[in-house]
Design a protein around this ligand. Structure first.
Ligand SMILES: [Zn+2]
Ligand SMILES: [Zn+2]
Length: 311
């Protein structure tokens, strides 16, 4: 069975005797490359990569993998906040546990989420990153009257645009660095060039300059929510936050709320608007060409938004 593993010289297609993971068997159909996968490689992690996964179960139905397993026993997991489970760091797919960019993968049945009608399994790997942005927007309290600005127009930023529109926000501004990103953002319902101040500012670039820009744009009593990953010390000009009593809220992953799982919400959004996947998925490669897929995904100038590997 073929799988894609991080090595000291980039990713390699390797042969495994057994599918990675544990639980129910999934024939993987689509696995997309996330900037976290590139980060894990830089951090020296050498697992089978992949946490944005969709495939076909043994009963023939399509499913997407909820990639945050949690222990499902602690109070946080039982409350639906399995993104905050203390065991999360030891179970992170593609980082501290083998991921699923492979012909087959095993995942606990409780974390296989059926696809809604209208969502193609070839596009359904996008449900995972869409859930990350969806969760951040909810955490920040996005609603119909919320003015939302998104800083950074990689896949998570663009999925935040789509998610904010879907959560009812009518005024969604996007700051994009590259022309192809700006064009994608407009297609998904954002206007370019934020003006004035915003109730929710989604920081989706993961850079100090993006965080600085978010602080400039946040409204009084507003919230900056980060989907960008920061590890270690973070510098922020406090004067904006101080004068506006603004909040800074990190977000990680996704979970469950009273109405269901955030992954189900994100899947429903993608099913209802197939143009999101058409806009986001710019490249598809067979598993054998995974190294080239990673090269394209890492090249910001190459015009890639989400690169999908199809085992
Ligand atoms: Zn990801
Ligand atoms: Zn737990």
């Amino acid at each position: 069975m073929k799988a894609v593993r991080a090595t000291d010289d980039g990713v390699k297609v390797i042969d495994l005797d057994e599918p990675p993971g544990y639980g129910e068997l999934l024939r993987v159909v689509s696995a997309s490359i996330c900037s976290s996968d590139l980060l894990y490689q830089r951090l020296g992690l050498r697992r089978v990569v992949g946490h944005e996964l969709a495939g076909i179960r043994e009963d023939g139905t399509a499913a997407v993998v909820e990639a945050l397993f949690g222990c499902m026993e602690c109070d946080l997991c039982l409350a639906g906040h399995y993104n905050l489970c203390p065991t999360h760091r030891t179970r992170s797919l593609g980082a501290t546990a083998d991921g699923g960019m492979a012909e087959q993968f095993r995942a606990p049945a409780a974390h296989l989420i059926p696809l809604p009608p209208g969502l193609d399994v070839r596009d359904a790997c996008l449900v995972e990153p869409a859930s990350v942005s969806w969760h951040a927007l909810r955490l920040a309290g996005t609603g119909p009257d919320t003015r939302v600005a998104v800083i950074g127009a990689g896949a998570l930023g663009l999925l935040a645009v789509a998610g904010a529109r879907r959560q009812g926000a009518t005024d969604v501004a996007l700051e994009a660095r590259h022309p192809h990103q700006a064009e994608a953002g407009e297609r998904l319902g954002a206007h370019l060039k934020p003006e004035g101040l915003y109730d929710v500012v989604v920081e989706a670039a993961g850079s100090p300059s993006a965080l600085a820009r978010a602080a400039e744009l946040v409204a009084p009593r507003g919230t900056i929510v980060t989907v960008g990953v920061y590890l270690g010390l973070v510098e922020l000009d406090w004067k904006y936050l101080f004068h506006r009593e603004a909040k800074v809220m990190p977000s990680i992953g996704y979970g469950r709320h009273a109405g269901g799982r955030e992954m189900e919400d994100a899947a429903a959004m993608l099913a209802e608007n197939p143009d999101i996947a058409r806009t986001l998925i710019t490249h598809r490669f067979p598993l054998a060409d995974a190294a080239e897929a990673f090269r394209v995904a890492a090249d910001r100038q190459a015009g890639a938004l989400r690169v999908v590997v199809e085992p």
